[in-house]
Design a protein around this ligand. Structure first.
Ligand code: PMP
Length: 437
């Protein structure tokens, strides 16, 4: 395979130059700046089903899907119609509406892991609130997190591991007080020994363990169910709450997320963007007893002017109603598995040193010979050069994936087998180019 000529990015480049005069780095969220890949970021003008069009009118099959929420693809007619209908009556009241009840009922009556929920407007907000709830409930301060899990830009969680088995974190962003990082213990994923050691060292001080049960922000670091069960057990033994951050896995690997997939009941679950079908929504939920600590019922303060916004609720109702249809997940997960298995077969035939990991409709390419990657430090940063080239080749062949090799891909219901076949060919051709160089 030869490398493909570059698509035109003239209009995107022009927009980016202007954006740089308005926004730091020209963007409103850092990964969009394409710093880890070649070329200018693409400015998007339209999405429909599995497709995206950029400002230069290049068309792509999209596997970023707005970083996950678009499980029904772009511009789904039911979501668009419901949102348009609700908007006729006004867009925000800062007062309760029946739509909040409707969305909450859809979620709670189909999810045995939580009894009460609170809607917020982003994943970061959901996590920040869940942490405060855990601290308020347990009357403890320390949080244990895992290296390689991302939980939004919450101060106490912008913390990375120092050296050693169990470490207090070092802040991973300027502007986070060291005192905050001192309350966060960071250990490696898939490391029971380190978790046990943390509980020995900080007995009766740990309010919560927070984990992405399907870690999908630093590659796809699939955990063994025994490890998640171990966390469940050690939390129960120590009066610590287990928080599953399901901002990506919730309503994605199954309607009941990773908790349902692994049949492990955390104490608090955070959800994000997927609830809003593309509009800003997040949520956190727990037992009625734990949620009873949230204001105005209890002493843990948490609020939001746009929380439960009617337009966002409308999008959520339309999206989740589709997800509850019989066989929705079976079909979506099955076609993703077929797509991934065909690619794996091709890779095996050619003995390329690359793996494709998959769970449900999430997949990730890892440029390594290693058969399983469960910890962040098992990813070789050098391997990202290969991703960079692959990204370029994919764009030039009409396939859009997140602009970083640490990001996962998402398949939507609108990615038909024919669309997936087309994307697969582009992926195989791109891999040939990557491994010919
Ligand atoms: N938690 C997880 C697991 C996430 O993946 C993300 C964002 N991708 C967040 C929290 C933060 O969500 P948001 O970007 O909506 O604030």
């Amino acid at each position: 395979q030869d490398t493909k000529p570059d698509i035109s990015r003239a209009k995107s480049a022009e927009l980016y130059a202007k954006a740089k005069t308005f926004f730091p780095g020209g963007v409103n969220s850092p990964v969009r700046a394409f710093k880890s890949v070649y070329g200018t970021p693409l400015f998007i003008q339209k999405g429909d089903g599995p497709y995206l069009w950029d400002a230069d009118n290049n068309q792509f099959i999209d596997f970023c899907c707005s970083w996950g929420p678009l499980i029904l693809g772009h511009n789904h007619p039911h979501i668009r119609e419901k949102v348009t209908e609700v908007m006729q009556n006004g867009m925000s009241f800062g007062a309760p509406t029946a739509l909040e009840n409707e969305l909450a009922e859809l979620i709670l009556s189909n999810n045995p892991f939580i009894e009460k929920i609170r809607f917020v407007s982003s994943g970061t907000e959901a996590v920040m609130s869940a942490i405060r709830l855990a601290r308020g409930y347990t009357k403890r301060d320390k949080i244990l997190k895992f290296e390689g899990c991302y939980h939004g830009h919450v101060d106490a969680l912008l913390v990375k591991a120092g050296s050693g088995l169990v470490t207090f974190g070092e802040t991973s962003s300027a502007g986070v007080p060291k005192a905050f990082a001192d309350e966060t213990i960071v250990v490696s994923l898939n490391d029971k020994e380190a978790v046990a050691k943390a509980f020995e060292e900080f007995k009766d001080q740990i309010a919560a363990i927070i984990i992405e049960p399907v870690p999908a922000n630093n590659g796809l670091l699939l955990q063994q169910p025994e490890f998640l069960q171990y966390l469940r057990d050690i939390c129960t033994e120590n009066g610590t709450l287990l928080i599953f951050d399901e901002v990506i896995s919730g309503f994605r690997v199954s309607f009941t997320g990773a908790a349902g997939h692994y049949q492990i009941k955390p104490d608090i679950i955070t959800y994000g963007k997927i609830i809003g079908g593309g509009l800003p929504v997040g949520a956190y939920g727990a037992s009625a007893e734990i949620m009873g600590n949230i204001s105005p019922e209890g002493p843990v303060y948490q609020a939001g002017t746009l929380s439960g916004n009617p337009v966002a609720m409308a999008a959520g109702i339309a999206q989740l109603s589709e997800l509850l249809k019989p066989d929705f997940y079976t079909e979506l997960n099955q076609k993703t598995a077929t797509f991934v298995n065909d690619i794996k077969q091709f890779i095996a035939d050619r003995s390329y040193p690359v793996q494709v990991f998959q769970i449900g409709s999430i997949f990730w390419f890892a440029f390594t010979e290693q058969q399983a990657i469960r910890r962040a430090d098992e990813i070789d940063p050098q391997s990202m050069d290969k991703f960079k080239l692959m990204h370029q080749e994919l764009l030039n062949r009409g396939v859009y994936v997140g602009p970083s090799g640490y990001e996962v891909g998402f398949v939507s219901a609108t990615h038909t087998p024919a669309v997936l076949d087309k994307a697969k060919q582009a992926i195989l051709d791109s891999l040939d180019v990557v491994f010919a160089s």
